[in-house]
Design a protein around this ligand. Structure first.
Ligand code: FES
Length: 318
């Protein structure tokens, strides 16, 4: 097991809403956990070898524990089922927190728009913004009240007066109206949003229509949203001495495997970094959520489970 992994145990397990389990994780040796910033996520190394990524949703000043909330999703490949099967006292390994969805350091006002389980990173943000006496509002949308995680926590939070809850099955007066919720952009105002694909598409389209500039609209997609499709290109596997085509509907990892080159894979959704591979020539079309902007711009590594090529050929160190 890698040195960078952290051994934790489940201090408590509860149902935060229908089909949503909440786990509090503490270090097995009683040490403090590494600090995190709002918007950060961790990898959970689950029984059966699965590795999945979940946002931390507790206040980021709490270094004694991490809280994750996970929706049971029968459509996925087993990650959420494995999390729901965990019990208090179980031990597992996690990664240190990484943050691809950080809050800007200063702002005049922030609008947090969360749909469903997409509330998790926004909760940590709300706690931090309140603590720092910064201006914000939080809109939280759910299909129904029994599916809304942490509803009681939000009612009793010190920032409860800045929270608006919206239910699809409630009366029309409280339905989510994205344009109304976000208002108009002025310099220093930012939107942070996370939620299911349809919710996110609606928020982003509304923001564009309302004239919000792209850089003022920050969002986090669920990892399963990564699009791995695109035109075909050639891979030269330098160390293996092989060259072959990656088809339109094929990933580089799948093409490598089809040519007898085994590569380590985990999430297969561009979030964990397990498949990170050195690029020797060519320009990758980065589709992942793992690399930072600076790492992408360096053009010397790529996640081969989902990323593709911007040049006709990529030479990889495999
Ligand atoms: Fe996780 Fe590729 S396997 S980023």
């Amino acid at each position: 097991m890698s040195d960078s992994l952290i051994g934790v145990s489940i201090a408590s397990r509860s149902m935060a809403a229908r089909d949503i389990v909440s786990l509090d994780l503490v270090s097995v040796d009683g040490a403090l956990l590494p600090p995190f910033t709002p918007g950060a996520h961790i990898d959970l190394h689950l029984p059966g070898g699965l590795i999945r990524q979940y946002s931390l949703c507790n206040p980021s000043i709490e270094t004694g524990s991490y809280r994750v909330a996970v929706l049971l999703d029968p459509e996925t490949r087993g990650g959420s089922r494995a999390v729901h099967a965990l019990s208090a006292g179980d031990r597992l390994f996690i990664s240190a927190p990484r943050n691809h969805f950080p809050l800007v350091e200063s702002s005049a006002d922030i609008v947090l728009l969360g749909g469903g389980i997409g509330i998790t990173p926004l909760l940590a943000m709300a706690y931090a913004l309140y603590r720092e006496s910064r201006s914000f509002t939080l809109h939280y949308c759910s299909r129904s009240s029994d599916r809304m995680a942490f509803r009681e926590d939000l009612h009793t939070a010190p920032f409860a007066d800045r929270v608006q809850l919206h239910f699809d099955d409630g009366d029309a007066s409280q339905h989510f109206r994205a344009a109304e919720a976000m208002g108009s952009h002025v310099p220093g105002r930012y939107i942070y949003t996370c939620g299911p694909t349809g919710f996110l598409a609606h928020v982003l389209a509304t923001a564009k229509t309302a004239g919000w500039p792209d850089e003022a609209v920050r969002y986090e997609r669920f990892s399963a949203d990564v699009d791995t499709h695109g035109g075909h290109f050639t891979i030269i596997a330098q160390r293996s001495g092989l060259s072959f085509t990656v088809g339109d509907d094929q990933t580089i990892a799948a093409a490598l495997a089809a040519n007898g080159i085994a590569v380590p894979l985990s999430c297969e959704q561009g979030v964990c970094g397990t498949c990170l591979t050195k690029v020797l020539e060519g320009v990758p079309d980065h589709r992942d959520l793992y690399l930072t902007d600076a790492e992408r711009a360096a053009n010397d590594s790529m996640t081969i489970c989902c990323s593709r090529a911007l040049t006709p050929t990529l030479v990889l160190d495999v």
